[in-house]
Design a protein around this ligand. Sequence first.
Ligand SMILES: *[C@@H]1O[C@H](CO)[C@@H](O)[C@H](O)[C@H]1NC(C)=O
Ligand SMILES: *[C@@H]1O[C@H](CO)[C@@H](O)[C@H](O)[C@H]1NC(C)=O
Ligand SMILES: *[C@@H]1O[C@H](CO)[C@@H](O)[C@H](O)[C@H]1NC(C)=O
Ligand SMILES: *[C@@H]1O[C@H](CO)[C@@H](O)[C@H](O)[C@H]1NC(C)=O
Length: 449
Amino acid sequence: MYSFYLVLSLCVLQVHPMALRGPVLARYQPCGLGVIYFDKITEILWRAEINLELYQNLQAVEIEIVFENEMTLYGLIVYQYRFVLFQVSHDSTILINNQSHNFTFIPKGGIPDIYHIYTSLTQRGNITTSVPTVESFRLNRMVLCNAFLKAADTLSSLDASRPGDAVNSHVCGRRSLDHAEVSYVRTEFAQPGDWPWHVAILIKKPFTDLANYQCGGNVISTTAVLTAGHCVFLENVLVDTNRIIIEAGLTNLNDFNQEGRQTLLAERVILHPDYSADQSTSDLAIVIVNKLRYTEYVQPICIWGPVYDKTALFGKQAVITGFGTTEQGMLSDTLRVTNIMVQNDTVCNDFAPDLYPLLLNEFTFCAGFGPNAGINPRNGDSGGGLIVPIKQSDHKVSWFLRGILSKCGLPTGQAICDPAYYVVYTDVGPHYGWIYHNGGLLFSSNVVS
Ligand SMILES: *[C@@H]1O[C@H](CO)[C@@H](O)[C@H](O)[C@H]1NC(C)=O
Ligand SMILES: *[C@@H]1O[C@H](CO)[C@@H](O)[C@H](O)[C@H]1NC(C)=O
Ligand SMILES: *[C@@H]1O[C@H](CO)[C@@H](O)[C@H](O)[C@H]1NC(C)=O
Ligand SMILES: *[C@@H]1O[C@H](CO)[C@@H](O)[C@H](O)[C@H]1NC(C)=O
């Protein structure tokens, strides 16, 4: 516990650093499914995580995976201070067929909540892919992923408008096309289309064509970007709407020719009526534009709401994205992404009892891995989103926005947020009504199942 917290204050930053530690995490999600993904653990080792918790009332489970390449079951991991060779996390019957392309796993004795498989591509001849590409995935003989389902996963499949629909309904929180399967976390190199709802908000300098990076934001409809209220202020003065620029579909701020980049001028700014600079309770603003095109690089995020109880979030992993700073404190021009953990209010309140209780209430929550985390976002990008993947009835994941980054711990006299401190987010759940009415939400599926 820090003894110097008395001299600390929580501060809204005008610069938005987020420094990440830990290796790049490549994640492969066959067919964009919520139930299975592969994390790249080392250059050759992948760990599949199968989340059986998502299914209630399973009596037995049989997991069948057919890989495009020949695979080796493998995993040397540290377990109780010793190196142990693991194939799978639970005692199982394993059937391997068709020259190590087809695998069947049947856990013995009870259904695990999370089942892990450790596997590598067998190094034989020239392997053109480094990803353990799944040709088919079946759970209890039900096909959840195959070539047919992959081919059906197109950009137009996200357009839910039907002939005769007056409004252009759209599926939210999904990546499209090629981007549905491989994404990168904890890296400098988020790929275009990985996080298609994340935008950069720039502010034009007076009397010039130059603009400065200000904040992150989240596409919630073709005409609305949700960001933090404090992001539309400069030195406590509301910024003129005609100085605000939205840059969507980009992963590199300085690549003006990036394919898919859309630049729009703000038409209107709607600041939350209860906005207050020293609180996070309603630190929200909607920037209205005319208007974004949904492409494989620009898609809307779902809003998790209306919901007034945040306790279900406590201890849950989420993801934040932002154009942060590098370790040297310079603004990074590439989009970064990291995991984060939402904490029980008591964790943050206990950590700094004179700070967090002033900010945490039923409209806010705190997140972070604490002072000693190996992977520690130094602090997120103001206005950026805290997003959570949620399995839908089609077994795929939709991403839901739950928090907008509001305040970070800033030691007095320091210009950069202290990574040891938890970050305070404005919870969008209880603000859903306000967001819906002002953001033009017209999603065909925006329901947490
Ligand atoms: C073996 O697996 C490969 C790759 O999935 C497939 O192309 C081939 O048809 C399979 N052969 C048999 C006999 O199942
Ligand atoms: C391997 O999987 C493929 C695709 O599901 C299937 O057609 C084939 O019969 C399987 N082969 C063996 C030997 O299990
Ligand atoms: C593997 O790739 C290398 C370089 O791309 C090439 O020179 C070599 O001939 C390839 N080997 C096989 C077996 O295809
Ligand atoms: C949050 O922490 C308090 C105090 O430790 C505890 O009573 C409560 O059950 C926790 N809430 C959840 C949802 O874990």
